[in-house]
Design a protein around this ligand. Structure first.
Ligand SMILES: Cc1ncc(COP(=O)(O)O)c(C=O)c1O
Length: 368
């Protein structure tokens, strides 16, 4: 096998180059332009979201969501512990307080029972409960019915971090469209990438207006510069949108190929490791994740693959284990720690062929 096998490299096999050339030729190298407009329109069509604001990262999209919903100092925001830190950092940008909720083993996402317990405890202590950041980790849809019902029951805002789940559906609806605001990421390892990028999804025109203004330095609608509040430069550049547009046009083919890769892993890892799939909805199969038997550690497999120039990675290390979050409360049941200690992400780039998967899984099996 020639060259390194990466975990989730970009696959620029559509009209990306043509769209970049169009953007350069027409001189639209700015946070405006025809490619950005088409990208936004296409994203609306694919997600079914009434409004879409393209931004420069998933992290800034989450920050904008919190800002637009008025989350501020001392507010409690319930977040999953099993996620990437970027789901939670913006909560701290706002000086709000994250409360971590463990996973349930079926979906690996936020456990609704623990969530409700955490909310009730906070209400009893008269703490300002404000919002839930719900993540669809590795593209697996969370328990949306139960969690949207809990958000409504306790009058909490729901922000869906769908950074990893573009194309995932739950009851025939795209993830990211169930909450008050949904968030997408288009960074380099996502199923659709613009190099960098993100998006805010909402069905509420007032929220869209707030998000849009804050992302654009909070400029008032005046014929001169006026700023009545603090703004941010979070806009997406037309060049990133040109790349992301070329990618977005191939979303269904990418999902189909990712599923094929996961099926190949299932076949070739039979009896060795369990390949995780969704138990509900239709996921995007972004990264193939496995759980290893107790007899073998993820670090051992990672180093055996690394010797053959193959990248693999541990699953997310829960937020309650992160030094930066150590002062915050976590409602735990052991699930996220258990997934972290036995799980692994395997190379899932859409250019892989079955021969690559046989090569990777042979190394894994030989490593025992
Ligand atoms: C679950 C999750 N949330 C948020 C983010 C942040 O997205 P970005 O890297 O575009 O800022 C990512 C990806 O990096 C992610 O995986």
């Amino acid at each position: 096998m020639a060259g390194r096998i990466y975990l989730s490299p970009p696959d620029l096999s559509g009209h990306e180059l043509q769209y970049i050339q169009d953007a350069v030729a027409s001189n639209w190298i700015a946070p405006f332009g025809p490619q950005l407009d088409t990208f936004t329109h296409t994203l609306k069509q694919i997600t079914g979201s009434a409004y879409v604001e393209p931004v420069n990262s998933g992290t800034s999209a989450i920050h904008l969501a919190l800002l637009a919903l008025g989350i501020s100092t001392g507010d409690l925001v319930f977040c999953p512990t099993f996620t990437f830190a970027a789901s939670v950092f913006p909560v701290l940008y706002q000086h709000a307080i994250p409360v971590f909720i463990d996973s349930e083993s079926d979906t690996w996402n936020m456990d609704p029972d623990l969530l409700e317990q955490a909310i009730l405890d906070a209400i009893e202590q008269k703490l300002p409960v404000k919002a839930i950041v719900l993540v669809h980790i590795y593209g697996f849809p969370a328990q949306l019915d139960r969690i949207t019902a809990i958000a409504q029951k306790y009058n909490l805002y729901l922000i869906e971090d769908a950074a990893e789940s573009l194309g995932t559906t739950y009851k025939d609806r795209q993830t990211g469209t169930f909450g008050d605001i949904g968030v997408l990421s288009f960074n380099g390892n996502k199923i659709v990438t613009g190099g960098n990028g993100g998006a805010v999804l909402t069905n509420d025109p007032l929220l869209l207006e707030k998000v849009s203004k804050l992302a654009n330095q909070a400029k008032e609608n005046k014929p001169y510069y006026e700023h009545a509040e603090i703004g941010y430069n979070y806009r997406m550049c037309n060049i990133n949108a040109a790349i992301a547009l070329g990618q977005l046009e191939q979303l269904s083919e990418k999902i189909e190929k990712k599923k094929k890769i996961r099926d190949w892993y299932s076949t070739h890892l039979k009896g060795f490791a369990e390949v995780k799939t969704t138990i509900q909805g239709i996921d995007n199969a972004w990264l193939t994740c496995i759980e290893l038997p107790a007899s073998v550690t993820p670090d051992h497999i990672i180093s055996c693959l690394e010797k053959e120039n193959i990248e693999s990675r541990r699953l997310w290390n829960p937020m309650h284990n992160q030094p930066v979050f150590k002062q915050y409360q976590a409602y735990r049941n052991g699930c996220a720690d258990s997934i972290f200690s036995s799980g692994l992400c395997l190379p899932s780039g859409t250019r892989l062929i079955e021969e690559d998967i046989i090569h990777i899984t042979d190394i894994m099996k030989r490593s025992l």
